[in-house]
Design a protein around this ligand. Structure first.
Ligand SMILES: Cc1cc2nc3c(=O)[nH]c(=O)nc-3n(C[C@H](O)[C@H](O)[C@H](O)COP(=O)(O)OP(=O)(O)OC[C@H]3O[C@@H](n4cnc5c(N)ncnc54)[C@H](O)[C@@H]3O)c2cc1C
Length: 493
């Protein structure tokens, strides 16, 4: 059998994953990336000794990364060194209310008991269920292509679905175990990664608490982009040809088959199979003739997108105090901010925000005696994003950060770059300027997500955070793996 030529669009986690899985004896793979560097949302940039991760900063679910590299006879440590953070992170509820989250389970339980007597014991019960969900969810459910209900129709799995709490909200679930508002917010925080609030996320996702509390928060030395560097190196070892500055402008279809892709340079690349790891909406609506789109504009408009974000990458000319590697500023109520993201999209009056200072752990990401800081405010997608708004919000959160941590930061900022909706759109063709793809609500789970396969073009597949299994680094890695398996099965490779 002659080798099939697979063209993959986009070098994010999903694109790199699917390309690496397919490269080998039966397929030659060309990966086309519009930007000059790999990684998509997980790119990095450098400025005078400051090394900034542009997107993800939380390394959770280390077993998913181990599983990824093990598929190729490798380990993460062949490519990067991991450190477990302790404290895992800090939650800042107010000026005098800072909670360091210990990595050690006994210390964690003792901390809960101090806030709410008996909560440590409750945590055991909560985590027992969460562990079960993690094992079935991450080791089985997320690996299903979700193309038909039949995939989920075995009696054992139906019993599991009930045990997995698909139909209860995370918010109700947490309140069955804990009463203290502080603990509830702590337990509800991880689902924010899934792009919605705990009221609208199925309790299945308490599996995220197991990932957080039991499996821990890790950090790859030199930054998150090291994962991408490792994946690129593995992809190249496997023979994937990666071409940067190669933006695809059209997927050309003939007789129901994707025949080739056309780059903006005009160059055409023939293909037997095309896999799009770029934002699904962009591929569906802009790279395909409308006759071949999987979904209408109306369908896309009704999707609940995960938030966009306003980000600041800051170089600071002194060491900072009273901050950890990861800091969640929960010093304002979540309700009004969530309303501004999901119900009545607007810039929030009093935003919650996140500050990461990786130079506290890693001296390679900032010059000596200086600090590297990343600030993130989650925002509704598609807001009007102007320089004036960015600056206004910079000062809103800096006022609070300086007051709570008791130091002057602004006058020590020697490098500052902001990033928001319009950057997500221009850099990644992100639908509505989303940062994290599609929210994992009940109505956007499994077979209710945009399909990984085009319904009209037989050899066109989709991967990445807008299809199964969902947003985040581990799911994007798994997405590539799931699509590769489908491609192999359907094309007898
Ligand atoms: C600010 C931020 C913080 C985050 N924090 C975390 C975190 O801490 N932990 C976590 O697990 N997840 C986090 N995430 C989510 C995670 O980064 C994403 O879910 C994941 O990186 C998505 O990978 P992907 O491969 O689906 O998409 P992408 O990374 O967007 O990759 C798609 C690629 O396609 C390319 N492309 C687009 N159009 C074309 C075209 N026409 N031709 C060629 N190439 C094209 C893009 O340039 C891009 O490189 C964060 C995301 C952001 C933005």
């Amino acid at each position: 059998m002659s080798k099939k030529h697979v063209v993959v669009i986009g070098s994010g986690f999903a694109g790199l994953s699917v390309a690496t899985h397919l490269a080998g004896e039966s397929c030659s793979v060309t990966l086309l990336e519009k930007n000059e560097t790999p990684g998509g949302r997980a790119r990095k940039f450098e400025h005078q000794g400051f090394v900034f991760d542009m997107g993800p900063s939380w390394y959770w679910m280390p077993d998913v990364f181990e599983d990824y590299f093990a598929r190729f006879g490798k380990k993460p440590s062949d490519y990067y060194d991991l450190i477990r953070l302790d404290p895992s992170y800090a939650v800042i509820y107010g000026e005098q209310e800072v909670l360091d989250i210990p990595a050690n389970m006994d210390e964690f339980k003792a901390m809960l008991d101090r806030i709410e007597p008996g909560a440590g014991k409750q945590l055991d019960l909560f985590l027992e269920q969460a562990k079960y969900k993690y094992e079935v969810g991450i080791h089985d459910l997320v690996k299903r292509p979700s193309r038909s209900l039949l995939e989920f129709a075995s009696p054992g799995l139906l019993v599991d679905m009930v045990k997995m709490d698909i139909f209860q909200s995370m918010s109700k679930h947490v309140r069955k175990f804990f009463k203290s508002e502080q603990i509830i917010r702590l337990m509800e925080f991880p689902v924010l990664f899934l792009g919605e609030t705990a009221e609208n996320i199925p309790a299945l996702y308490s599996l995220m608490n197991y990932a957080d509390i039991a499996l821990g928060t890790w950090y790859p030395k030199k930054g998150m982009h090291e994962i991408i560097r490792g994946m690129v190196s593995l992809a190249e070892e496997k023979g994937v040809e990666i071409r940067y500055a190669s933006e695809v402008e059209e997927i050309e279809v003939e007789k129901g088959l994707a025949k080739r892709v056309r780059l903006i340079s005009g160059e055409k690349i023939e293909a037997d199979i095309v896999i799009a790891g770029a934002d699904y909406h962009h591929v569906d609506k802009h790279l395909l003739n409308p006759n071949y789109s999987n979904y209408s504009e109306e369908y896309w408009d009704k999707r609940v997108m995960a938030p966009s974000s306003l980000l600041f990458y800051l170089g600071i000319d002194k060491k900072l105090k009273n901050l950890r590697h990861h800091n969640l500023f929960f010093d304002e109520p979540l309700g009004p901010h969530a309303d501004a993201i999901y119900k009545n999209p607007r810039w929030p009056e009093k935003p919650l925000f996140y500050a990461s200072v990786p130079s506290i752990t890693d001296s390679t990401v900032a010059p000596e005696g200086k600090e590297n800081m990343f600030l993130l405010i989650p925002l509704a997608p598609d807001l009007e994003d102007s320089e004036g708004m960015r600056e206004k919000y910079y000062h809103i959160i800096m006022d609070r950060l300086e007051k709570i941590t008791g130091q002057d930061v602004r006058s020590h900022v020697i490098y500052k770059r902001s990033y928001a909706h319009s950057d997500f759109k221009s850099d990644y063709h992100a639908f509505k300027g989303n940062a994290y793809g599609l929210a994992n609500t009940l109505l956007q789970t499994a077979i209710l997500k945009p399909s990984l396969k085009n319904k009209k073009v037989k050899n066109l597949y989709y991967t990445g955070q807008l299809t199964v299994p969902g947003p985040g680094v581990p799911p994007s890695l798994i997405s590539g793996q799931v699509v590769a398996k489908e491609v192999i099965k359907e094309n007898n490779l």
